[in-house]
Design a protein around this ligand. Sequence first.
Ligand SMILES: [Zn+2]
Length: 218
Amino acid sequence: MQARYHVQITRAAVGDRFTRADFRRIVRANLSQDRLPNLVFHPELHFDGGALRDAQAYISQQRRLAVRQLLAHSDRAGALDAFGRLTHTRQDFYAHSNWAALWTAQQGGPDLAEPEEIPICSDPLTTPGLRLGNASAIHYLACRVPVYGRWHVRHLVPPDDHETMNLDHPGRGPLFPFAVAAATKHTAVELETLLRMLARDGGTAARELFLGDLPAAE
Ligand SMILES: [Zn+2]
């Protein structure tokens, strides 16, 4: 998904829960997932290349890392970074899977459905018919060659490749708003999930510390 939509989704989902500085930090960590080496060599950071199981595992691992950084190492910045990274991966799920296509098809097509009504995919590993685009570094790079890239997309990229399936920006068609809506809902759910883990392991003080809430005056 293009950077501006990651920012927009993150702001809509959790922007009002953090100070501006903390929100900027979360967004920086989110966007750092799209550096070129991460794009080409780490499909699991973007729910690409069929890396469904690895991507889910990555999100769980970043959640645990956030808890550990805050509670064991008093590293709140590190915890915010881990949360920012996992929001990116979660948001990419909706841009790189066929979840929006599956759900809108059940409603009779995108014209008969409202983006706000799309549910989140709470368990991608057990959802029937769910699939991700294939990640091919060759197609990824070829599609970005000026002028030639457009021809390459049209003639050489298979239908199950990331380049033909992705919902990375509005130009990808009517399913894009559904991907954004579901990604926004799920980003908010990711924050709640992490806050629950923090409260479980460190009490409400840990939860408030992560959010940057000042402790109540005695
Ligand atoms: Zn990405």
